[in-house]
Every structure is written in C-alpha cells, then in structure tokens.
Ligand binder design. Structure first.
Ligand SMILES: O=P(O)(O)OC[C@H]1O[C@H](O[C@H]2O[C@H](CO)[C@@H](O)[C@H](O)[C@H]2O)[C@H](O)[C@@H](O)[C@@H]1O
Length: 399
C-alpha cells in the first residue's frame, strides 16, 4: 500500500487472502465460516478445549516443515537437507563464506556504506529479538546488554531510530528502555511515531497521543478492531496448549505468539494441530512462522515493511532522494522490511540501493539463508559493532 495516496483502512476488504499459502491452510478450510463483519465469534467465552483434528493437516500444509527450519541450531552442526547428514563446522564455515559473497558483511563493507551515506539523512530501523538481544529459551529473559543499550542510545543521538518488533509495543519499550527512539510493536501494527510531518497523521487509525515523557506523538494502530478477537484466541490457545510441556503463549495485543522452542520435537505436530484447529474458526487471522514460534495475526495489509514506510513518511523523508534507510533484522518477518518500498518508483530498499543507494537491509544470521537483505552480520555483537561504527563516523564527520 502506498501511504501518500491511500488513506483507507489497511484492513483487507476480502478477509480471505487469494494466496492461501499465506495462511498455510488448505483451500477447503478457507471456505469454512466467513465471519463477515463480526470480529469476535464469541465462541470462546467459556474457552472450551477443542476436539483435536487430524495430524495430517499440519503435515500436508507445510507447517511442520516450516517449524523445523524456523531457527538455526546454536551449535555449528548443520543438517544438510539434501543428503540428510550433519555437516561439520569446517564445511559449514566454507558454506557460510560462500553465502557471504551474496550477503557481504556490513562491517567489512562499512567504507562502501559510508560512501553512500555521505550527505544523506540516515534513518535506522532495528528489530529486537535476535538483533538487539540474543535468542534465549525464555522470551521473558531476552534482555539486551547495557553496552548494546548505550550503542542504540548513541545511534539515536545522531539518526532517527526506531525499534520494530513482533512483541507488543509496551513490552519492547520495557525491554529497550530508551525514550529517544520510536517504537513499533506487534509486527508494526502499533506504531508510536513523530507528529512533525502531518501526512501519515492523516491516516485513519492514526491518533494524537503522548509518549512516556509527555511529548506529542502519532499513534497508529491499523488493527485496533482485532483486539477482542486476538484476546479471545490468546485465551483459547492458552487453554488448548496448557497440557503441552514447554508451550508458551504470548499476547501482543494485535497478534499472539505460540512458542515451541521448549517443547519436545515429538510434540510439535500436536502443538501445530491445536493452533491449526483454533485458527480454522478465525478466517480473518493468519499464521506466520518466526524462530520456533507460531505467530497469529490479522489478515490485514500491514507488516514491518509498511511500518518502515509509515515511519519514513512520518519523518518526512520517504520521498527524498537523500535518505538512506538502514534496517537490521534476523527473522522471517524482517524480510517484509527488507522489501519495504522507498517512494522512488515503488522499489524495494534493496532495489533502490542497487540503483540509487537510498536504503538497504542487513540480515543478522550465523547460518546461510536466503534473504531480501543486502548485507549481513553474524549476531547481535556484530550489530553493536556496526551501530558503534555508524556513531563514530557521524561524530568524526561533524567534528
Ligand atoms: O520481531 P522481534 O522483535 O524479533 O520479535 C519476534 C518474536 O521474538 C520473541 O521470540 C523470539 O525470541 C525469544 C527470546 O530470545 C525466543 O525464546 C523465541 O524462540 C523467539 O521466537 C518473542 O517472544 C515473540 O513473541 C516475538 O514474536
């Protein structure tokens, strides 16, 4: 969606996406109960246990395949899918090095980045989990280090900076704890951004509010009407997964997540089937896969990429030729941001970067994986080095 010309609601008029693979649900299930205008079926007021469906559903719709490949192993022993063998660290290093030819290190390419950043307005967008904080077993313990916090704080002194997370905005703010940033929670469906450039503020679902310091901000929540439905589904998910050891359900207000990182692999089909059975009753919700997490979110035309575009618009730089947007993230949902449109001919950040050097994505990954990003860094410690390098350059440039 192009922000400047479209001021209508991002809620899709057709609640059932044409591309059924987005839901990962068979097309025959999609004909099931279109709930029309009602956003809450009211079915789960007493939160009943669902009768289990057939396990074949989650095998055949690809959920289990996606769950298995959703997060790299932490030790460097990688399963080679084609040959069904474990690849040793040395071989893995070779694979990683050849992958880096396609996704060069943002640290090693820093001079090239600086050349492109010169005389441009740089805006920095950061994912949270796996980017600013390392991936850990308990989502409540995913803290960023003090040194990472001060690196982000310094970046925000010199560049407009936003954190864009799958978590609720309140939660990610609590974890980051910096008032200098803009925050977008729930995969970009809850944005607190600047008021200075009014066009994005004209958007429906955009209201004036105040931030933690009492400063005026724009609050943009395109999925507001889904709050009761998400709450209902959250409760149903909690009820229907409570007997699965290690399962953990989080409510992010505009979306909800079911974690299976701590669930024994033999129980993954069960957890997937339970989620699948619940989603069958909610055709206006869809599933996406994150790192050992099933993410349930509204079927609306909004994602982290749209959030980047919205913030660039709010900052008044989206249609400028002298902007350089940098997005750093590690997860599948960050791919939407790597594909975000700069206004220039509706090209993605990376297309524009290649042609006009206006923006790019940096993938955080210690294993080779396909991405829409332009550069890569290995892990959060390299993210920190990159952020510090940006600050040093700016300080030096200003001096
Ligand atoms: O967009 P993000 O900020 O990256 O948020 C995506 C999800 O991150 C969290 O889960 C992930 O990190 C956890 C802590 O390291 C880890 O235990 C889990 O396996 C990962 O999927 C968060 O808890 C989710 O709700 C977010 O959707």
């Amino acid at each position: 969606m192009e922000l400047k010309s479209n001021h209508s609601s991002p809620v899709l008029t057709d609640p059932i996406p044409v591309n059924n693979s987005r839901l990962g649900i068979h097309s025959n299930l999609l004909s099931y109960q279109q709930s029309g205008g009602s956003l809450s079926s009211g079915k789960y007021m007493t939160i009943p246990r669902k009768k289990p469906g057939k396990l074949e559903d989650v095998w055949s719709n690809g959920w289990l395949e996606a769950m298995r490949s959703s997060s790299p192993p932490r030790k460097r022993l990688i399963k080679d899918k084609d040959f069904n063998i474990e690849v040793a660290a040395d071989d893995f290093d070779i694979a990683y090095c050849s992958w880096m030819i396609k996704y060069p290190s943002a640290l090693k390419s820093f001079d090239q980045i600086l050349k492109n950043a010169k005389n441009k307005k740089v805006a920095v967008f950061l994912d949270y989990d796996g980017t600013l904080s390392p991936i850990v077993d308990d989502p409540d313990l995913a803290f960023m280090s003090g040194s990472m916090r001060s690196a982000v704080k310094d970046v925000a002194k010199y560049f407009p900076t936003a954190v864009i997370s799958g978590r609720s905005r309140d939660k990610v703010y609590e974890l980051v704890g910096l008032t200098e940033l803009y925050y977008a929670g729930s995969h970009g469906m809850d944005i607190m951004g600047p008021v200075s450039h009014a066009e994005s503020g004209d958007h429906p679902n955009c209201i004036r509010s105040t931030d933690q310091l009492g400063k005026e901000v724009n609050l943009f929540q395109p999925a507001r009407e889904f709050i009761p439905m998400i709450d209902e589904v959250f409760k149903s998910l909690v009820e229907n997964t409570k007997d699965i050891k290690g399962a953990n359900v989080e409510n992010h207000k505009f979306c909800t997540s079911v974690h299976y990182r701590n669930v024994e692999e033999k129980n993954w089909p069960t957890i997937a089937q339970r989620v699948h059975d619940i989603l069958k009753d909610y055709p206006r919700l869809r599933l996406s896969h994150g790192r050992k997490v099933l993410e349930i979110r509204p079927v609306i035309d909004w994602n982290k990429g749209k959030a980047v575009e919205f913030l660039l618009e709010s900052l008044g730089v989206r249609d400028r030729d002298d902007v350089l947007a940098i997005y750093i993230g590690d997860d599948k949902t960050d791919e939407d941001a790597f594909k975000a449109n700069c206004k220039y001919k509706f090209k993605t950040l990376n297309q524009v970067f290649r042609e006009r050097n206006l923006g790019y994505g940096i993938l955080v990954s210690s294993v080779p994986k396909e991405s829409n990003a332009f550069f890569s860094v290995r892990d959060p410690s390299e993210v920190k080095k990159f952020l510090k390098a940006l600050v040093t350059w700016k300080k030096f440039e200003k001096a």
